[in-house]
Design a protein around this ligand. Structure first.
Ligand SMILES: C[S@@+](CC[C@H](N)C(=O)[O-])C[C@H]1O[C@@H](n2cnc3c(N)ncnc32)[C@H](O)[C@@H]1O
Length: 275
């Protein structure tokens, strides 16, 4: 039964029409956290909605409400606690990998699992893969476990995220991952000329680190740069990337849509083949 069906006798027709049709569930079959956006006009009904959601998904033990956009350097957001267990640390399972994290403390989006899978399919066993802005480690972990490359290096600034990243490497029994705590601007230098691929999952400002990514590559390599854009502005983004990379090497640049983001804005991935 859908969420709206469960709420039929509890809300007016008008209220029902405002109930969100999509929400995120992070976790596993035993314990999960639901994250929902409750419209202003339904604020007083938030507990009723959370009750129905927990009835619909028996594994959901806590319901959080988004109360700010993503913000700051760590890209976290504020949440309102609606109902359930106050401990919102969960073990999310993605593509056979275990990811321990608290969505209130670190960035994580289960919607990006399909995109991570697309990258996993491109990575070969002989590669050294760099993940800038690694967060709690989802890209690094799934690549290390599924593509089995020689090495994956993840750089992350947030203390909360690096702590989970480190725990996730252990939980998944991975021996081919280096967890690096610090700012990409400084830490990437240790890897100049050593990597076959650099992944840049920070769509707001990743382009500012493009030269650092290019320097991490061996003579040849691939960069995956994420960015938010309107469709008409993609060509502009590509031009900017080419200009930043300079004329020294050949660059093949392609962009593809990853996920919708906002009105007329999508998240895109630019694949830059260097050399
Ligand atoms: C959008 S989140 C992505 C996290 C993770 N890769 C994922 O997909 O779930 C971006 C991450 O970059 C980190 N970050 C931002 N600026 C950074 C910098 N200059 N150096 C290292 N990490 C940074 C933030 O703390 C945040 O965890």
């Amino acid at each position: 039964m859908g969420l709206k069906d469960l709420l039929k006798n509890k809300l007016t027709k008008k209220e029902l029409s405002l109930v969100p049709t999509s929400f995120d569930i992070i976790g596993n079959r035993e314990k999960a956290v639901a994250i929902i956006e409750i419209p202003e006009k339904l604020q007083k009904k938030s507990r009723i909605i959370a009750n129905a959601l927990m009835k619909q998904h028996r594994n959901v033990k806590s319901v959080l409400e988004k109360s700010s956009p993503r913000k700051g350097i760590y890209r976290t957001r504020d949440y309102g606690f609606i109902k359930g267990d106050k401990n919102t640390e969960i073990m999310h399972v993605e593509n056979g990998c275990r990811l321990l994290l608290d969505p209130q403390k670190v960035y994580f989006s289960p919607r990006e699992g399909t995109e991570r899978q697309r990258i996993v399919q491109q990575v070969s066993k002989k590669e050294i893969v760099m993940v800038f802005f690694a967060g709690a480690g989802p890209f690094a972990i799934v690549i290390a476990k599924k593509s089995k490359p020689k090495r994956v290096i993840g750089i992350e600034l947030s203390e909360a995220a690096i702590d989970y990243f480190w725990k996730n490497v252990k939980l998944n029994k991975l021996e081919n991952v280096d967890v690096v705590h610090g700012n990409v601007k400084q830490k990437a230098r240790d890897y100049y000329g050593k990597c076959d691929r650099v992944i840049m999952p920070l769509p707001e400002t990743a382009i500012d680190y493009l030269e650092d990514a290019a320097k991490c590559l061996k003579k040849k390599g691939v960069i995956h740069l994420y960015f938010f854009s309107e469709e008409e502005k993609i060509a502009e983004w590509k031009r900017k990337a080419r200009k930043m990379l300079g004329k020294g090497k050949k660059h093949i640049v392609q962009a593809r849509k990853v996920l919708p983001y906002g009105p007329r804005i999508n998240k895109y991935r630019m694949d830059i083949e260097v050399g």
